[in-house]
Design a protein. Structure first.
Lengths: 371, 384
């Protein structure tokens, strides 16, 4: 199986599974319990907090959650305030942020959506124009899950500092954490979302980085775990396994390697000029359109050759559209014929080369039948 | 004694072959309640279910409401049909504070008091025991029915649950339902089943143009229908090659016309093969280009020995949606997976095709070979 959908999820590191098992079967204690065995687990979990803070390059707190969707909800609803506050989101956000924005809008809040430029990044000029002293939260993703575009967080922070210094800056870093080298302190980020299964950790666990806990309110009520910000017994085995994945993910080497993978597949795809490659940022994600063929059809045809690619967000002929690609300016044919290729360290150059060749071949076979 | 009183509708209209229908209905009731503990007996004009587990009552009612041929049912108390016993029972009814009305029906004319007089008398008894109640003959909050049957039993109840009516399943033969995955076709199946027609189902899929999920969706729809008609045989036929061939060789505006003619031929062949007596489709007049009068003339013309039933033909979409919601298929039907009809969709499908032109277009492809391939390659699933 040649798995080219690593932006959807990744295979767990075997070592992470071992750690998971250790904390599920041996050190399985509820870390809120008072006996020494439980206290040891709590200490181990705190080590993972430190590890994440170090990897992020931030000096705040880590709240463990069930994953990115919950982290995003906590970041935004946990900082939502009533009154004349305004909220700013990009049009490229993942549904777990975008639908919060829609909900705030339905609740009657003023919500601004920032357009995407042709290169997939947000329109910084528009951002500068909409923010003001009433802006409560600016929420922009770090790396686009659809296109791989990397938003310039430094620029956004400068705009924030100049025009709305009181606004909180939330970044959905799901496709960036571990994969890119950065320090969130350089961007003065207040809230940062990560998800374990995107970097070979288990599903169902993630975290929210919070620079200053004072403004955050809990959105889940219960036993008061995670300093009261996220009640519910901690997913200790998930958190420990995530920690394993973080410490074994070699950011620099992997980056260089997937750069190579990407260039190999680009070379294979570029032999056919009908295929358009949208390569704008993170080497982990490549967006490609196969003119004249439905991306979903191509995805299904490729799986018969044991090649799995992503179809971004599913779009049928009836519900034409992909919000993100539309915002960038893709036309209907481009949106329909779009697939997403996303890499991981576990792919070989040979596999990727073969997959690229097969894509061209299968694409042309279908095109022959449907044109 | 707690009982369930079942009433049947149209069977009254049947003449000397009525017993055939009644036997079917009884069989269908028994099949529907398979696994439940109960006894079924007949009194003139009613069936009575007794000796069932009271904690299973709501499930049993739910199942019975899906038996076609039943008009309505009531959970009731059975008492001996004598004046004292009935009066004694009614005196214990608690509907204090509510307006009420007593309905008395006397199938047993030897019962000593007339229906009207007895209703009045019982009303008085209810009033005596419910000081804050009053009689409302027009829109009572609480209804009390006393049904006196010739088996010298009276049935007392306060609720009439409507069933689907229609004819016992199987009494109208067995057809083949073209099941696409949309809203209309499951409704068509349900409507025919209500008229006593059982069916198998046929689905065309076009992998890789359509998703495996589209097939799963049809399986789910069939499962909902099986709640009414029992185990369903689902024939799944790959249509990919047919569509590719038509797309390549025929005029694009005739794509859907030819496609549907071939679907009809495949359906026809499967009917022959499995001894099914009719083709059932969810077509509704004028809904889309392929459902105009002319289109149906052209697609129907390839089937000449069995009828094509289109029970949704004169229904508005809203009405179809209503039925689809009532049989729980709506939420599945609107899942956004493409079915084979939306693949290769031409921009301007012909609205008034002709048989002559369709035959001309078909001369560019090998219809017989394609139909054979479809029929030979079918996959059969048993859904329940």
């Amino acid at each position: 199986m040649i798995y080219l959908d690593n932006a959807a999820t990744t295979r767990m590191y075997e070592g992470a599974v071992d750690v998971y098992k250790k904390y599920a079967c041996q050190s399985f204690y509820n870390m809120s319990a008072g006996y020494n065995k439980a206290i040891e687990v709590a200490k181990d979990i705190d080590e993972i907090r430190k590890l994440i803070l170090k990897k992020l390059g931030g000096k705040g707190d880590i709240i463990f959650t069930s994953g990115a969707t919950e982290s995003n909800n906590l970041a935004i609803y946990g900082n939502k305030r009533n009154g004349k506050w305004e909220y700013v989101f990009s049009e490229g956000e993942h549904p777990s942020v975008y639908n919060i924005a829609k909900d705030l809008q339905n609740q009657g809040f003023i919500v601004h959506f920032i357009r995407l430029r042709e290169d997939g990044q947000i329109d910084y000029e528009q951002l500068q124009n909409v923010v003001n002293e009433r802006t409560r939260i600016i929420s922009v993703m770090h790396v686009s899950n659809e296109t791989g575009a990397i938003n310039d967080l430094k620029k956004i922070n400068l705009i924030r500092q100049k025009f709305c210094p009181k606004a909180l800056f939330h970044v959905d870093g799901v496709q960036a954490f571990c994969k890119l080298d950065y320090k969130i302190e350089d961007y003065n980020i207040d809230l940062y979302t990560i998800s374990s299964h995107k970097f070979h950790g288990p599903k169902g666990v993630g975290a929210l980085y919070v620079k200053n806990l004072n403004s955050l309110k809990n959105i889940i009520f219960g036993g008061g775990q995670e300093k009261g910000y996220r009640s519910g017994t901690e997913n200790t085995s998930g958190i420990m396994a995530m920690g394993y994945a973080i410490s074994h993910f070699n950011t620099k080497d992997n980056y260089d390697y997937v750069e190579k993978l990407k260039s190999v597949i680009k070379k294979e795809l570029s032999v056919d000029e009908k295929i358009k490659i949208f390569d704008v940022g993170s080497p982990y994600i490549l967006s490609v359109t196969f003119s004249g063929v439905n991306g979903e059809t191509l995805m299904r045809a490729l799986q018969d050759y044991d090649i799995l690619v992503g179809n971004g967000s599913a779009c049928s002929t009836k519900k034409a559209g992909n919000r993100v690609l539309e915002s960038i300016g893709f036309n209907l044919d481009e949106i329909k014929s779009h697939i997403r290729i996303s890499f991981s360290e576990e792919l070989t150059l040979k596999e990727v080369e073969y997959a690229g060749k097969k894509m061209v071949e299968v694409y042309n076979n279908i095109l022959e039948k449907v044109k | 004694m707690k009982v369930l009183l079942l009433r049947f509708g149209e069977l009254y209209l049947k003449g000397h072959n009525r017993y055939v229908f009644e036997n079917m209905l009884i069989n269908n009731i028994k099949n529907m309640l398979a696994g439940e503990e109960f006894k079924l007996s007949k009194t003139f004009g009613r069936y009575v279910i007794t000796d069932y587990k009271e904690e299973r009552e709501s499930e049993i009612i739910e199942k019975l409401a899906r038996v076609f041929g039943l008009y309505s049912l009531s959970p009731a108390d059975e008492v001996d049909a004598d004046v004292k016993t009935i009066e004694n029972y009614v005196s214990k009814i608690n509907c204090d504070g509510e307006s009420f009305k007593v309905f008395v029906k006397r199938a047993d004319k030897s019962f000593p008091i007339s229906s009207m007089d007895f209703a009045k008398k019982l009303g008085e008894i209810v009033l005596n025991s419910n000081k804050n109640s009053y009689v409302d003959l027009y829109s009572p909050e609480h209804e009390i029915y006393v049904d006196i049957r010739i088996n010298k039993k009276a049935y007392i109840f306060d609720n009439i649950i409507k069933c689907h009516g229609g004819l016992p399943l199987g009494s109208s033969g067995k057809g083949l339902l073209l099941l696409s995955g949309g809203i209309d076709s499951p409704v068509a199946g349900f409507l025919m089943a209500r008229r006593g027609m059982s069916f198998e189902a046929l689905h065309f899929h076009s992998y890789p143009y359509t998703s495996e999920l589209a097939k799963e969706k049809v399986i789910t729809l069939a499962r909902y229908l099986s709640k009414y008609i029992g185990k369903i045989k689902l024939h799944i036929v790959s249509f990919t090659k047919v569509q590719e061939e038509i797309h390549k060789r025929c005029k694009s505006e005739y794509m859907i016309t030819i496609m549907r003619r071939i679907m009809m031929r495949v359906a026809n062949r499967l009917c022959e093969k499995y001894n099914l007596g009719a083709i059932i489709t969810g077509e509704s007049l004028g809904q889309v280009a392929s459902q105009t009068m002319q289109s149906m003339t052209v697609t129907g013309s390839v089937v000449d020995e069995i009828p094509i039933f289109r029970p949704c033909i004169a229904m508005d979409k809203e009405e179809i949606i209503q039925v689809s919601k009532s049989i729980n298929t709506y939420d599945t039907s609107i899942l956004p997976y493409e079915d084979c009809c939306t693949v290769f969709l031409p921009k301007n499908p012909v609205i008034k095709p002709t048989i002559k032109q369709a035959m001309h277009e078909e001369s560019f492809i090998n219809v017989d070979a394609l139909v054979n391939e479809c029929v030979d390659g079918e996959e059969i699933l048993e859904i329940e």
